[in-house]
Design a protein around this ligand. Structure first.
Ligand SMILES: Cc1ncc(COP(=O)(O)O)c(C=O)c1O
Length: 399
């Protein structure tokens, strides 16, 4: 039996919990710190690091918010289930955009951003000892969420030769036995890949065979170009029986600061997520839900215009990289270009070189997981003239 003498010392008053200690510092925090230090030293740093749209939220959404925020009826605690109008607007959007019919009363509810939703799905479904299957490289919350929930993230390398799909047949049997959740994300951050043929179908089969829940993160479905139209996971036959989709308004509607997203799909899973949320937060501000309705029911032109802007910037970046001898496939979706680092460099050493020589921030691929080693990510969410300046500097200082 443990005696007072053998008991591990109690951590200090402000020591983080072991769970928090287990995850590395949030990568963007470190990036921001380095950029701030350079800027404080008077250096004009151009950040192509963070994926936060530079263009404003579309004006009809802002107008809807202006009206909604002034109405006292929208100022109380919201219900976690969400307003009827918001759920109906989501169902309408899914029907028009993806051909997916949702029951707005049971198959859709708001989330306070996709990030919240992804994190809380881990707490809703996982106990210590459970496994969460996550893409590597991938959005960091897919690994941080399970770790904080006491579960184990098992990394599935995204294979360039498979179109940046994980090899679902290569998942160890022991991991599948304990797996509760599989996170997928197409169009993909950080690789910019679109969903490879057959992957969603294979994920549905895997979920059936191993009794796990697929959570597809559809944060980038509206950011596409070159004629590509991204599907919803829920279009896949059988998907609704085994999965949910996280849909975010952040990127498609330039609404990252608004924290407006939704979870759609399997009704039982959504009920479990709702049950967790009733213990944690008090729902999405109703005025934001009404602004979300304006977004979902509004015109398509502003999205098309944003996609033209990202296509132009993508071409600028891909062209400049080619001049530096870095060949990349022009990504058909997302706000990112994913490129291999030149020979002789690691992801970090190349990103540091770019920061030191050109005062340009690119994200080292290894920040997104071990399989991101050997790659770097450029975000297209910087005004055209700054992108031009950044690529000119890179051409001048890195050649
Ligand atoms: C793949 C992916 N999922 C989710 C998010 C976060 O979305 P939200 O702003 O809705 O929390 C991001 C943000 O960069 C992302 O890249």
């Amino acid at each position: 039996m443990e005696s007072a003498a053998t008991r591990t010392a109690k951590p200090g008053r402000t020591a983080p919990s072991r769970r928090l200690e287990a995850i590395p510092p949030y990568m963007f925090a470190e990036l921001e710190r380095r950029v701030s230090a350079k800027r404080a030293a008077g250096i004009d740093v151009i950040s192509l690091g963070i994926g936060d749209p530079d263009e404003p939220t579309y004006s009809h959404i802002v107008e809807a918010m202006r009206v909604a925020v002034g109405d006292p009826a929208n100022q109380n605690y919201p219900a976690n289930r969400g307003r009827e109008e918001f759920r109906a607007a989501l169902a309408g959007y899914y029907a028009r955009r993806f051909g997916v019919e949702l029951d707005p009363s049971s198959e859709a509810m708001p989330a306070i951003g996709a990030k919240e939703c992804i994190y809380n799905l881990c707490f809703a479904f996982c106990d210590p000892g459970d496994v969460v299957l996550v893409a590597d490289p991938g959005y960091p919350v897919y690994t941080g969420g399970p770790t904080l929930a006491g579960a184990e993230p098992v990394l599935l390398p995204l294979r360039p030769e498979l179109g940046f799909a994980p090899d679902l047949d290569a998942i160890p049997a022991a991991a599948l036995e304990r797996a509760r959740l599989l996170f997928l994300n197409y169009p993909n951050n950080p690789t910019g890949a679109v969903v490879p043929d057959g992957l969603f179908e294979r994920a549905v089969a895997l979920a059936h065979d191993h009794d796990l829940l697929v959570a597809h993160d559809n944060a980038y479905s509206e950011i596409t170009r070159d004629g590509y139209v991204a599907p919803s996971f829920l279009e896949t036959p059988g998907a609704r029986e085994v999965g949910v989709e996280v849909f975010s308004l952040s990127k498609g509607f330039n609404m990252t600061g608004w924290r407006c997203a939704a979870i759609v799909g399997n009704a039982d899973a959504i009920r479990t997520y709702w049950r967790l949320k009733t213990n944690i937060d008090s729902g999405l501000f109703e005025a934001i839900q009404l602004a979300g309705v304006a977004a979902l029911e509004g015109p398509r032109e502003p999205i098309d215009e944003m996609n033209r802007i990202y296509a132009r910037r993508r071409d600028l970046v891909v062209g400049a990289l080619a001049e530096l001898g870095v060949e990349v496939a022009p990504t058909k979706a997302t706000i990112y270009v994913w490129a291999p680092v030149p020979d002789g460099h690691t992801s970090v050493s190349f990103s540091e070189l770019v920061l030191e020589r050109a005062a340009v921030v690119v994200s080292p691929g290894s920040m997104y997981g071990p399989s991101g080693e050997g790659w770097f990510r450029i975000s297209l969410t910087t005004p055209d003239e700054r992108i031009v300046e950044a690529v000119e500097r890179m051409k001048e200082h890195l050649r």
